[in-house]
Design a protein around this ligand. Structure first.
Ligand code: CMP
Length: 245
């Protein structure tokens, strides 16, 4: 595995300042444990611990036999991989209530990615044994994890298509729409992107350079497709961003 890039090594690098807006409460999803039979939730809770993380801390890194899966209780987590050249590729952001780190455990393959607390976070660690035992015992749970993984595969097919067929300007527009739809909120000014993103971090999500993100973001702002409000990016009319050629 290559060296960690700056953003992963340094807890407060890449503009992760405390001045950034907090993650809005509405961006939570139903807690993963809440959707399962009470007995199963009890077994899982018994085999788990909650840990606190500071901004920038790694939650996990690649491992041949990962020992845990995780549920974000509070905060924001970024999942990423490192390219052979040591560049970060951001996979996605995890919202409170979401399960993550399950793919390697379900597949029995090594974990290849990293998870990093993007703001101060609380994370539930569930042991591999407790997770697998519970999945085996409850079809409804197995089905919900299968649905989640299938959804992620479909989402990544779209992203692969974007990376292959779309230019950086359109990828930036799609990225902003995706993040705003998942994590943002609608108010009188439009749809707020609502994540504490640096230009370098956006670049790591769309496979381009920080300079290219800065240039195209400036163009989108000049064209009125994106505005800034209270330190956040806002999409006044998302349909205009969707229509970008
Ligand atoms: P795991 O493979 O254990 O560790 C990295 C985690 O990132 C993975 O589990 C998922 O929770 C998440 N992850 C990896 N790849 C994807 C993907 N393509 N889409 C969404 N989430 C992913």
């Amino acid at each position: 595995m290559g060296q960690l890039s700056r953003g992963a090594r340094h807890r407060t690098s890449g503009g992760m300042s405390e001045r950034r807006p907090p993650v809005p409460a509405h961006a939570r999803e139903a807690h993963w444990l809440g959707a399962m039979p009470a007995t199963a939730a009890k077994v899982l809770r018994r085999g788990s611990t909650v840990r606190g993380y500071q901004v920038g801390e790694l939650v996990f890194s690649p491992s041949a036999v990962p020992a845990h899966v995780y549920v974000l209780e509070d905060g924001l987590v970024r999942l990423f991989r490192l390219t052979p050249a040591g560049e970060e590729f951001t996979l996605r952001y995890i919202r409170p209530g979401e399960l993550f780190g399950e793919m390697s455990v379900v597949s029995g393959r090594p974990r290849e990615g990293f998870a990093q607390a993007r703001v101060a976070s609380k994370i539930l660690w569930i042991t591999r044994a407790a997770f697998v035992t519970t999945l085996r015992a409850h079809n409804s749970l197995l089905y919900s994890v299968t649905r989640k993984i299938a959804g992620r595969v479909i989402e990544y097919q779209s992203r692969a298509e974007e990376l292959i067929f779309q230019d950086a300007r359109r990828r930036l527009a799609r990225f902003l729409l995706r993040v705003a739809t998942k994590h943002g909120q609608r108010d009188g000014e439009g749809l707020t992107v609502a994540l504490p993103l640096t230009h370098a971090e956006i670049a790591s999500g769309i496979g381009t350079s920080r300079q290219t993100v800065s240039r195209f973001l400036r163009e989108l702002i000049d064209a009125g497709l994106v505005t800034r409000s209270g330190g956040q990016l806002v999409l006044p009319d998302p349909s205009r961003l969707e229509a970008i050629e």
